[in-house]
Design a protein around this ligand. Structure first.
Ligand code: HSE
Length: 428
């Protein structure tokens, strides 16, 4: 057997300790599968003395992750600290400069600096692996870069933030509002240190931008992702969408169109009986569509100690086997700079509004839609609330600009009460 693969692990939180656990508990299994042993040489964490429930005495300790990254007695730098600047970035750059491969769970770091880091790693003949950064335990990076490598990818979609899916599905199941369930997530420890990363769609947007880079051979362009969080999704919309046969999900969609690369992470309606519509709780789902394979659906845990460490160790085992792929599936120098699509592909829209209950009100709204070139597919009026009538409209496919134009015209009718809601219906 060849010499052991030596790891330096920066970060001894949930994921880091999950990695330590797998290395300690599955040593024989890993050695058999990788053809060599994998051992931990050194670790780094903010607090050296905290009891983490595992024997770490055999590992050297570095207070500074950059010092760990520069050690000459490691082969792979495992970065599981998080954060897209500061120590995580500095240590990753230092590891590459020192000639080490990197395995990271850090989606934010790669979403912001992926291209520069990939260029540096590949120039040094090294790799950065990041299976754990997207959809936790689901092997989606491997699926895209290896299993589907012969496909021209058409579209990549996914529910990739478990916390948001937990909140949305609990809102439907319990009838409790967003604020109550946000607090429940805080109490359960589900939220990132900055909760806006979760509920603002940023964390899921980071993940989508990484998948898009691989799928379409483009430089990571997180800044071009259209982002909208779940903070304004109302119980009314969850209930009414359900009534029309849909569920609301924080859905990521990336596709290459004739107008450029479209990347969206926004609340959308999906058919309630589709795999995405049926996804409950904190689970993730990624849907990959290739021209040869058709549609692949991957479902599994998107966070947590075991699933995330499982993904980190899959990358470590590949490196132990000598498998060193380009970071984004093709050399970073060959990735093209994407042009961002200015508008989303046309889709049906769900419109909810409150109208004054008087003759001709609905006709005025229908006229506005007609003037904007938007055709109505379904319409429903619900029991009156005082002098107002809640109205739901599902349109045929329309552009977002046309929907915005129609909504602008609604304001001039004199029959609209409050602000209308428009949500895209994604054909999945
Ligand atoms: N906070 C994320 C989630 C997991 O809720 O899915 C880490 O990206």
């Amino acid at each position: 057997m060849s010499s052991p693969l030596r790891l330096g692990i920066a970060g001894l939180g949930t994921v880091g300790m999950g990695v330590v656990g797998i290395v300690q508990d599955h040593a024989a299994l890993i050695a058999a599968r990788a053809g060599r042993a994998v051992q931990i040489v050194a670790v780094s964490a903010r607090d050296k003395t905290r009891d983490r429930g595992r024997d770490l005495s055999g590992y050297a300790f570095e207070a500074d992750p950059v010092a760990l990254a520069r050690r000459s007695d490691i082969d792979v730098f495992v970065e599981v600290m998080g954060g897209h600047e500061g120590p995580a970035r500095a240590a990753t750059e230092a590891a590459i400069a020192a000639g080490h491969d990197v395995v990271t769970a850090n989606k934010a770091l790669l979403a912001h600096h992926g291209q520069a880091l990939a260029l540096a790693a590949e120039a040094a003949g090294r790799s950065i692996r990041f299976e754990a950064a997207v959809a936790g335990g689901i092997p989606v990076i491997k699926a895209l870069t290896e299993g589907l490598a012969a496909n021209r990818m058409r579209r990549v979609m996914g529910v990739m933030n478990g916390t948001c899916n937990y909140i949305l599905t609990r809102m439907e199941a319990t009838g409790q509002g967003y604020n109550v369930l946000f607090q429940e997530c805080a109490d359960l420890g589900y939220l990132e240190a900055d909760p806006n990363l979760d509920v603002g769609g940023i964390d899921a947007g980071h993940k989508l931008s990484l998948l898009a880079a691989i799928a379409f051979g483009t430089e990571v362009s997180f800044d071009a992702v259209e982002l909208e969080g779940i903070q304004n999704v109302s119980l009314d919309d969850i209930r009414l969408a359900r009534d029309m046969g849909y569920r609301i999900k924080l859905l990521g969609v990336a596709q290459m169109t004739g107008r450029g690369l479209e990347q969206r992470m926004t609340p959308c309606l999906v058919p309630a009986d589709s795999p995405l519509g049926q996804l409950q709780g904190g689970t993730n789902m990624v849907v990959l569509e290739g021209d040869q394979v058709g549609q692949i659906v991957l479902r599994g845990p998107g966070a947590g100690m075991g699933p995330t460490a499982s993904a980190v160790m899959a990358d470590v085992i590949d490196l132990a086997r000598g498998v060193r792929l380009p970071v984004f599936g093709q050399p970073a120098a060959t990735l093209t700079r994407p042009v961002a699509a200015r508008t989303a592909t046309p889709a049906p829209y769900y419109l909810r509004m409150m109208l004054l209950d008087k003759p001709g009100a609905l006709a005025k709204i229908a006229t506005c839609l007609g003037e904007a070139g938007v055709s109505i597919d379904q319409m429903r009026q619900y029991g009156h609330e005082g002098v107002n009538a809640p109205v739901l409209i599902v349109t045929h496919k329309a552009t977002r600009d046309d929907i915005a134009h129609a909504m602008g015209l609604f304001g001039g009718t004199g029959v609209l009460v409050g602000d209308p809601v428009a949500l895209r219906i994604e054909e999945v």
